[in-house]
Structure formats: structure tokens, C-alpha cells
Ligand binder design. Structure first.
Ligand code: MOS
Length: 728
């Protein structure tokens, strides 16, 4: 229907609250009697704490407690992998990395806690940490079983490569990165008897419940987690980092609410970073450009306390049709701060290597790189042979090439000069997993004529709250302004956590199911409630139509009906099942096109234009969906040209742990991005047909930029970020 809000550019329903400062983020939580925690972190990269003199800190004004390994808050071992740390803080005197949490000071004010933290005198028996990824590469160990897909007749991937007429091989390296969400991590905990209420940054309130129940040794039913607004996550608000259990335990021990907010510097070491990677990709092809073999051996760094093991080569099992594929997984264990998931974990780094290798193959073949990609487009997942549920990547290529003007590309590198600038064009393919898990949603129809859609999702800035409102309004046939959303509260029905680009694909069908359920419930209520104009009617004769109940010539809005009957609301919940289709492969797809300009004399690379065409099924909100892709392209630009977490090899210290030394793209670095959605519903995934877009846009973005830099300059830079020194 043309008046459906689905796919329209709808402004965020919580946008005004956010830009006026009225939205209460975790750190904004104010409670009576609030005390303030401040983390103490290690200043050596490896060793044992031999002493922590807390006397001066304890004597400082306002200090309530100083917790250390010698005076810990008791925490039980973690049992769930949440891609955070595998041990709780303060439970022993070991220092496993530089910047590890070794204490928590609690005081009457934040300033008092911070001041006292500087007074804690720590002595260590320190050793030099093994913190250099490049030095550790020769000693890389298994990070999981390799995967081999081999055609009949190929004894090994090397066999298949040896039989390939054309081969290219190169090693690509990527720098560690930090997420740097605008909102730093923060936790506020308060106890009423044995009941814990906690306001904490998270990509899913249910994740906090499970972790705290385990480590505090209490029943999950005693924990209430609230986090309606999140200022960016990108993966490092999935896990529960040291401040979460420490703040909860400190509040319990002190009998007072406690708030702990991390400093920007602490968000570099306490809450994880994207691993460094080194990937060797060898491609085999026929002279006509048909891929015959892909060998993708990835090695990634792994921090001392990390659960997460990156699999950079996995992207090669999902991108191009190829009869022989090998994916190798290794890690370099480092005595470094913790490595964790970050936006498109594995794919963001893996696609850089694969998509640059494809570009190098195109050069070796003398073929247009877009044509090479088209020629190897896969209709079934190369890793397992399952046909894709819905794939229109070829259309992404066609539409993108047209919008971008790819046909104007001069095939010769370093051929286009505009004043002092070398101009180049590059392309890359993107794909990311699509999934639908089980989710429950409640819809409440109010006597004020509004509908409220609720579930435990998280809105990291993605617009998930607005998706709830849009889908509720669409199903109920009411304006979006009359639909509200409740999100980020563990007492709500169990919906999807925000991760793996699956919030809308999972929660969306549940909203639709709950809308259907509440319509049925409204009719039941109308025919069974005395005083209702429909009282006693056969429910089959009453229908719901755009906010009204209709039977014969009677039509009453649900708001009027409830008001007349003095009932505040009717509500219903529904659960939508997880995707049960095991026959198909589900992925989202995109094609990137990029123009860069590299200064001839300074080597400065600039992204001049970028087009991204996305095939992700139904787009629920054109405005916030575009923002997701623009954000991901911006992050890809950062990965390509700027972002580089500098872990000092000798000390394991992150040397640029602030936003002055760690460069993220700002407006002056970014062009206006051209984003186009194809909008082909994926009806095999769900009736809604929406896949995911949160992570897709960063996949391949850095490769498209790097390929454009090659085309502009004739220089193949295989090490991210591509800083100007590498182009001189
Ligand atoms: Mo995201 S890295 O799926 O939390």
C-alpha cells in the first residue's frame, strides 16, 4: 500500500530527545546517594602486582573504598563467551596487559575518585610483554580448523593452484583498530535488598543479565537492566567489561548506588579492540578470468584475556564462485589489551585482502576489475553449495557502475591527473551474513489512541527504536506519530540483542506477529466486554481497519473504545520463530565504487566520491538505513586511511589512546556518499523480507579505496592504513 511507512525516510522517533539532551544515557543516570567509581589500570604490560599502597587514597577526601586484588570484590568465573574477557577483574594479582583494570576507587564525587586513583601506589614484578604482532607472526598458532573445499580431482589447494593458468599471491596486513563509540562505557548499579537494578551501556540488556547472574552468583530474576539509549557500539558494547561487575559488586558491598564511567583512554584498553591481521591470499584463474582456486590464510592478533578469535579468510567462502577454496586460521597470542569483535568482525579485515587480491588478479589478466567480479558472481554459497535465498549483486554492480560512471574509468593506472592530484577509481564487493533468530514483542493499544511496541532490543544509533514504531504503525494502519517504542529494558519481552546485523531481521517479524496478535485481542475484548458497542457480536463479524473496529455500519477507533470502557489498554505478545530454512544461504550484498585523489607531491590520499549499492532485502526506514551505510563507509574510510591503534612492541602500551593520536574520519575527510538500496524483499528469510545492513557497508570499503589508490598512483599498498608515507 502506498501509504505504508515501510521504506519511507522516517526521522528517528527519539531524535528530538537525543539532540536536545533529554535522552538519558547510562552515564546520565542520577540516583539519590550516588557514589562514583574510577578504574585504576596497570602501567606495565606483564607481571605480578607486588604491592598496592592504598593508604593515601583511602585518606583522601570523600573516598569510600579502594578495591584491589588484595581487597577484591568477589566475582565468580565467567562461563559465557561474550567476546569480552575470559576472566573477571581483580581476582588475582597477575597483570596480563598494559591498561588492565587493577583497582576500583569509590568516592562521594567523580573528581574525588579520580584524584584518589592517582594516589594508589602500585609496585610490580614486571617483565617485557610479547606485544608485537609482527614479531609474533612466525610463532602463530592455530585459531581454528582450516576449511578446504576442493573439486573432484584436486588433492589440495596447492594442487589446484599449480593447475591454474594464472596465479597472483600477496600478503596484506591491517592495523588494530579501536571502536571509539562517541558514548564511553558507563555503568550505574543500585540494590534494593537482593534486587539489582543496573543502567549500563550494552548491545543487549539480556547479555548483562546473564553475565551478572554468573559472576555475582545471583539469580537472573534478581537483575533488572535498563539501557534505552546507546551512543554507538560497533561490537565493544556486546560484552560486559570490567566496570560492569565491579560497579555492581561495589554497590552491593557499600550499600549505595555507584556509577563508573570510563575515560576515553580507558576505552582503548579496558573494552577491547579489533585485532591486527596478516593475510596471504593466492588466487588461481583461467586466462579468461574464471577463478579456479582461492587460498586465504589469515593470521590475527589475540589479546591475553580474549575469547574472540578472528577468521579473516571466512569471507572467501562466501564471495566468489570457485571450485577450490582453502581458508586457514591462525592467531598470534599477545600480551596486549583484549581483542574483540568490531563491526563486521573478520569480514572487515578479510575483505580487504580478498578484494585487493581480486584487483591484482584483474591487473594480471588485463581485465576490468568489475568485469572480473561479474564473471565470478556466485549463485550458491561457495563454501557449502547452498543457493542464496535472494541475491541481486549483479544488479548492484550494474546500478552502481551506472551511478558512479565506471565506464569512464581509464584502464591504465596513473593515467588521470587533475592539477596536482592523481585520480583513480576502485571497486569492491561486500557481503555479510543475514539471519533471523527467535524474538518476542509486545504491542499495547492505549486509550489515548497510541500503540506501544516493546521488546528488549538495543538501539545503538541504528534506528531500531524507529523500526519498532514504523512496523507497529504499518501493521496497525496508524500514523508513525501514534506509535511508540520501548526498548532496552530486561523486563520487556525477549527480543534480539544488537549484533550480527540481525536486529531488524529478527525483531521485525516479531513486531508484525505481535500486531496481528493485538488485533485479535482487541476484537476479543470488544465482543466480550459489557458496554462495548460490539458486545456479544460474533468475533468473525468484527474486523480491524486502520485503527478502528468495524462491524456492519459501526466503526469505533480503539482509543475511543478503550476510553468509553475506561480501560487503559489492551495488549498482546507474540513470538516469531528463528529462521528454519537450512536449504538456502542467507547473505546481504553490496557493491562499492570509489574515486580517490592522491596528491602528487605530498602523497596525501583523499576519498573524492563513493557509491554503494545495497541488496539487503526490504528496507524498513530509508533514512536510518542510509545512515547505517554512510556510517559504515566512513568507518571503512577510517580503516583504509587513518585508523591505527599503536601498541608499543616493548611495553604493550597503546601509545595513541585518545582521539588526538587515534585518527577517525571527520566531515572534512569524507565525501557525500551515494547510497542506493535495491529493495528486493527476501521472503525466504521472513514475511517482512528484511536482511541486515549494520555491518555490510564496511565490508570491502577499505579495499575499494585501496584499489582506487592503486589505480590513481600505480602503487599497490597492502598495509592498512594507507598513510601518505606509503605513497611517497
Ligand atoms: Mo557487532 S561486531 O555484530 O556487535
Amino acid at each position: 500500500m502506498s501509504d505504508s511507512p515501510i521504506g519511507q525516510p522516517v526521522s528517528r522517533v527519539d531524535g528530538r530527545l537525543k539532540v536536545t539532551g533529554a535522552a538519558t544515557y547510562a552515564a546520565d543516570t542520577r540516583l539519590d546517594g550516588l557514589a562514583y567509581g574510577y578504574l585504576v589500570t596497570s602501567t606495565v604490560g606483564k607481571g605480578v602486582i607486588t604491592g598496592m599502597d592504598t593508604a593515601a587514597a583511602l585518606a583522601a577526601p570523600g573516598v569510600l573504598a579502594v578495591y584491589t586484588p588484595a581487597n577484591p570484590l568477589k566475582l565468580l568465573p565467567y562461563t559465557q563467551n561474550q567476546n569480552d574477557e575470559n576472566i573477571p577483574p581483580l581476582q588475582d594479582a597477575q597483570v596480563r596487559y598494559h591498561g588492565q583494570v587493577i583497582g576500583l576507587v569509590v568516592a562521594e564525587t567523580f573528581e574525588q575518585a579520580r584524584e584518589a586513583a592517582t594516589l594508589v601506589a602500585v609496585t610490580y614484578a614486571a617483565q617485557a610483554p610479547a606485544a608485537s604482532f609482527s614479531a609474533g607472526l612466525p610463532g602463530a598458532v592455530s585459531g581454528g580448523a582450516p576449511t578446504d573445499v576442493l573439486a573432484p580431482g584436486a588433492a589440495s589447494i596447492d594442487d589446484a593452484l599449480a593447475a591454474s593458468p594464472i596465479t597472483v599471491s600477496a600478503t596484506y596486513t591491517t592495523a588494530p583498530q579501536n571502536h571509539n563509540a562517541l558514548e564511553p562505557h558507563a555503568t550505574v548499579a543500585t540494590w534494593t535488598g537482593d534486587q539489582l537494578t543496573i543502567y549500563t551501556v550494552t548491545q543487549g540488556v539480556l547479555l548483562v543479565v546473564s553475565r551478572l547472574a554468573t559472576t555475582l552468583g545471583i539469580d537472573a530474576s534478581k537483575i533488572h537492566v535498563i539501557n534505552p539509549y546507546v551512543g554507538g557500539g560497533f561490537g565493544n558494547k556486546w560484552g560486559n567489561w570490567a566496570q560492569v561487575p565491579l560497579t555492581a559488586a561495589a554497590a552491593r558491598a557499600l550499600g549505595r548506588p555507584v556509577k563508573t564511567v570510563l575515560t576515553r583512554e580507558q576505552t582503548f584498553t579496558v573494552v577491547g579492540h579489533r585485532p591486527a591481521s596478516s593475510q596471504t591470499v593466492t588466487l588461481g584463474a583461467t586466462a579468461e578470468g574464471t577463478l579456479t582456486a582461492i587460498k586465504h590464510d589469515g593470521v590475527s592478533s589475540k589479546g591475553a584475556t580474549a575469547y574472540f578469535t578472528e577468521n579473516t579468510g571466512g569471507i572467501s567462502l562466501n564471495t566468489y564462485a570457485c571450485p577450490n577454496i582453502h581458508v586457514g586460521r591462525k592467531v598470534v597470542p599477545l600480551e596486549s589489551p583484549v581483542t574483540t569483535i568490531m563491526r563486521a568482525p573478520s569480514e572487515a579485515t578479510g575483505s580487504f585482502a580478498l578484494e585487493c587480491a581480486i584487483d591484482e588478479l584483474a591487473v594480471a589478466l588485463g581485465m576490468d576489475p568489475l568485469e572480473l567480479r561479474r564473471r565470478n558472481n556466485a549463485t550458491a554459497a561457495p563454501g557449502n553449495g547452498k543457493p542464496y535465498s535472494s541475491k541481486h549483486l549483479d544488479e548492484c554492480y550494474t546500478v552502481g557502475a551506472q551511478r558512479f560512471g565506471w565506464s569512464r574509468r581509464n584502464p591504465v593506472p596513473r593515467a588521470v591527473v587533475d592539477g596536482d592530484w592523481l585520480v583513480g577509481m576502485g571497486t569492491a564487493t561486500a557481503n555479510f551474513s543475514a539471519s533471523r533468530a527467535q524474538a518476542s514483542i509486545k504491542v499495547r493499544l492505549g486509550a489515548d489512541g497510541t500503540a506501544t511496541v516493546s521488546g528488549t532490543g538495543a538501539d545503538l544509533g541504528t534506528g531500531q527504536t524507529t523500526v519498532f514504531a514504523i512496523l507497529g504503525a504499518d501493521g496497525l494502519g496508524i500514523p508513525v506519530e501514534r506509535a511508540r517504542a520501548e526498548i532496552g529494558d530486561s523486563t520487556l519481552p525477549r527480543a534480539a540483542n544488537a549484533g550480527g546485523s540481525s536486529s531488524t531481521s529478527t525483531n521485525g517479524p516479531a513486531v508484525q506477529a505481535a500486531v496481528d496478535a493485538v488485533k485479535t485481542e482487541l476484537i476479543r475484548f470488544a465482543v466480550q466486554t459489557e458496554g462495548s458497542p460490539f458486545f456479544g457480536a460474533d468475533p468473525a463479524t468484527v474486523r480491524y481497519d486502520r485503527g478502528n473496529l468495524v462491524a456492519g455500519d459501526r466503526s469505533v477507533s480503539f482509543g475511543d473504545l478503550l476510553t468509553r470502557l475506561s480501560v487503559p489498554a489492551v495488549e498482546a505478545s507474540a513470538t516469531s520463530p528463528k529462521n528454519g530454512d537450512t536449504v538456502h544461504a542467507f547473505r546481504s550484498f553490496a557493491a562499492h565504487f570509489c574515486e580517490v585523489r592522491v596528491h602528487r607531491f605530498t602523497g596525501e590520499p583523499r576519498v573524492a566520491r563513493m557509491t554503494c549499492v545495497v541488496d539487503a532485502g526490504t528496507i524498513v526506514n530509508a533514512k536510518t538505513a542510509r545512515s547505517q551505510i554512510v556510517g559504515a563507509l566512513t568507518m571503512g574510510l577510517g580503516q583504509a586511511l587513518l585508523e591505527d591503534t599503536r601498541i608499543e612492541p616493548g611495553t604493550g602500551r597503546i601509545a595513541n589512546a585518545d582521539l588526538a593520536g587515534y585518527l577517525v574520519p571527520v566531515n572534512a575527510d569524507t565525501p557525500v556518499f551515494d547510497v542506493q538500496f535495491l529493495d528486493h524483499p527476501d521472503t525466504l528469510l521472513s514475511p517482512l523480507g528484511a536482511r541486515g545492513i549494520g555491518e555490510l557497508g564496511i565490508v570491502g570499503a577499505a579495499a575499494a579505496i585501496a584499489n582506487a589508490v592503486y589505480h590513481a598512483t600505480g602503487r599497490r599498498v597492502r598495509d592498512l592504513p594507507i598513510t601518505l608515507d606509503k605513497l611517497l
